[in-house]
Design a binder for this molecule. Sequence first.
Ligand SMILES: [Zn+2]
Length: 223
Amino acid sequence: MDRQPPALNDKRTKAMDEKFCSTCGEIIKIKAEICPHCGVRQKGQISKAALMLFAFFLGGIGAHKFYTGKYWQGIFYILFCWTGIPGLIALIEFIIYAFTSRERLQEKYSANGGGVVIAVIACGIGFIFITGILAAIAIPQFVTYRHRAYQASVKAELQSLSVAQNVYFEEHGRYSTNLSELNLESNPMVTLEILSADDQCFEAIGEHEKLEDTLTMDCNGLQ
Ligand SMILES: [Zn+2]
């Protein structure tokens, strides 16, 4: 049992325009589509340069896997391309390809140029799809979050107005109708207005310039 793979023990000389049949191992012409010895159709010749370029530039989406017809592996590259891990693996594969002879690569892989087009299209569709889903989730949440933040800043301004009104009440026995009397350092984005004030109570509204609704406060607190 000293049989070895043909690539290792093959001492037959093959010319530049010849290759080994992928099925029976006989020497045939590189351009032969069908082996004259066994009659099996030959797979597409891989280009080492194309394989390396795909691995380097599009490896993160598995283009080199699609190029070599390994579609399932390619699909995993696409599925996990966002993690950056496939890109890292592809870079390692690029280095391995660089140090592997063209003959060895051609024995190992067969080319499928259309596969690369499939990879690019599949990744493009996937990218649009995932971006759409993320946007659909994130945008409403962001809008809600921003709305709450604006409301919080209006509440804070009204709270300091309330404190200032109570200080004013201690001194004057009534609440102020005039904002400038209260010496408020106000947020330029928030507009406060005192609707009414007397010796019993006051009422004020606050509005953020990015909010459509207003918040109301009186001497008992936020409404
Ligand atoms: Zn053959």
